[in-house]
Design a protein around this ligand. Structure first.
Ligand SMILES: C[S@@+](CC[C@H](N)C(=O)[O-])C[C@H]1O[C@@H](n2cnc3c(N)ncnc32)[C@H](O)[C@@H]1O
Length: 418
């Protein structure tokens, strides 16, 4: 089947033309902010930012290749994902522009959380005080965890800080949406009672007053979060994208600080944890990241969402082959081959192992409208090699993302045509 590479495609939406649940932009945040502000100023309820921390490190994607690696979850192709290499001046410029843009995006009830480590903290804190106003600081949340190695030449660094600011006094926040279980060692020194209904409660006398607490009353998090563990090496939710944060951490933020239907935004979205937390909990989402692997990871995590992807296709010319079997209501589109350009990667890939995921659909007004897709996942590690494309008329096409993080669109010639 004749395929024509389509280089100018920058947008993909789901069948039905819908992007009602979210949008993801694969580009630089500073470049896209004016456009986001034009469209969404004053409309975003919650922003979470997990920006680079000026660590000087190069972060990687551990890409899982083929069915075998998807089955074990052990990605052996280690590729650059993004560099955290900005000097202080460039870092401050990036953060100032992003935070000013974030403020413009927030609604009057909106709030923002910015995740920092001990290096970035002081710079971001001062910028946020200036941009949002020191009186709008609500919390300095300490997220403490136990994962990672132990230091010998200083105390092990086992916490991050999350700065939580409101845009205005009208901010929305609902602690009752994030109850936690009581594991109270604090209560050991209290007196235990059982009331007439059989409910257990504790009491303590302090300053001449008696305080009572029922064991089954809900408890809520304070500003030290030591009950959300970081991702372990073997955690099944690990995507392979360095610096991925746990879903539970983002769910606490999303549930407490937005309502169903609200717009939740992450301008350094990475593997897409915030967007997934938003989507799973009925919020709309807006994400930005300039790393191709970030986009690829998010696409897998958000599979099923009615979402638009706005990102330029990659440079390159892989060899793709497919067969199309015409049917009455559907074409059966069978992917028969995908090979990388010579000399691009020193690893040899079997059959379709260089394909991370693929989709078929139609091009409409320069937009790829996706009808069916196949992703490898931990629970379904094999790639479906045949996808059903409904017969709709118009230019048929496919999108392929490969294990090098590249994304390509191709127009498919009409069946019967060679
Ligand atoms: C710490 S990671 C975010 C991780 C994310 N919270 C997660 O759970 O996966 C920071 C992200 O910011 C992105 N980034 C850095 N500078 C950027 C820029 N100028 N524009 C867009 N994205 C950027 C990187 O590609 C990286 O994915």
């Amino acid at each position: 089947m004749r395929l024509t590479q389509m280089n100018g495609i920058t947008e993909e939406i789901m069948s039905g033309g819908s992007s009602s649940e979210g949008e993801v932009y694969g580009t630089d945040v500073v470049k896209i902010l004016p456009e986001l502000i034009r469209r969404y100023a004053g409309k975003v309820q919650l922003i979470y930012l997990d920006p680079p921390f000026m660590t000087g490190e190069k972060f990687v994607m551990r890409v899982r290749v083929g069915e075998g690696e998807w089955r074990t979850g052990n990605g052996t192709l280690v590729r650059p994902a993004y560099d955290d290499d900005l000097g202080l001046e460039a870092y401050l410029r990036l953060m100032r522009e992003t935070l000013e843009g974030a403020k413009a995006l927030l609604s009057e009830t909106g709030v923002i959380y910015v995740h920092v480590d001990m290096r970035a903290y002081v710079h971001v804190r001062l910028l946020m005080d200036e941009i949002f106003g020191a009186n709008n600081l609500l919390n300095e949340i300490v997220w403490s965890y136990q994962t990672g190695g132990r230091a010998k030449r200083f105390f092990s660094r086992k916490h991050d800080t999350i700065l939580f600011y409101r845009k205005s006094k009208k901010y929305y926040f609902n602690i009752e949406a994030v109850p936690i279980s009581r594991t109270d060692t604090r209560r050991n020194h209290m007196k235990r009672h059982v009331d007439a209904d059989g409910r257990v409660y504790r009491s303590i006398r302090s300053g001449g007053k008696v305080y009572t607490y029922y064991d089954d009353d809900p408890a809520y998090p304070g500003d030290v979060w030591d009950d959300v563990s970081h991702l372990q090496q073997k955690d099944p939710t690990r995507t392979g994208y360095d610096t991925q944060k746990p879903l539970r951490l983002l769910e606490r933020i999303v549930l407490s600080s937005s309502r169903p239907g609200d717009l939740v935004c992450d301008l350094f979205a990475g593997s897409g944890t915030t967007l997934e937390a938003a989507w799973l909990n009925g919020r709309r989402f807006l994400g930005v990241d300039r790393s191709d692997y970030a986009l690829q990871t998010m696409r897998r995590r958000l599979d099923g969402a009615q979402c638009a992807w706005i990102a330029a296709s990659g440079a390159g010319s892989p060899a793709v082959s497919l067969d199309v079997e015409p049917g009455i209501a559907f074409f059966d589109v069978k992917l028969t081959g995908y090979s990388l350009e010579k000399g691009l990667c020193d690893r040899v890939f079997n059959e379709l192992d260089a394909v991370d995921n693929w989709a078929v659909g139609y091009f409409r007004d320069g937009v790829f409208v996706r009808q069916a897709a196949s992703f490898r996942t931990r629970t379904s590690p094999a790639l479906e090699t045949t996808l059903e494309l409904p017969v709709l008329g118009g230019q048929m096409g496919l999108r392929i993302e490969d294990v090098l993080g590249r994304r390509f669109y191709f127009g498919i010639g009409n069946p019967g045509e060679e």
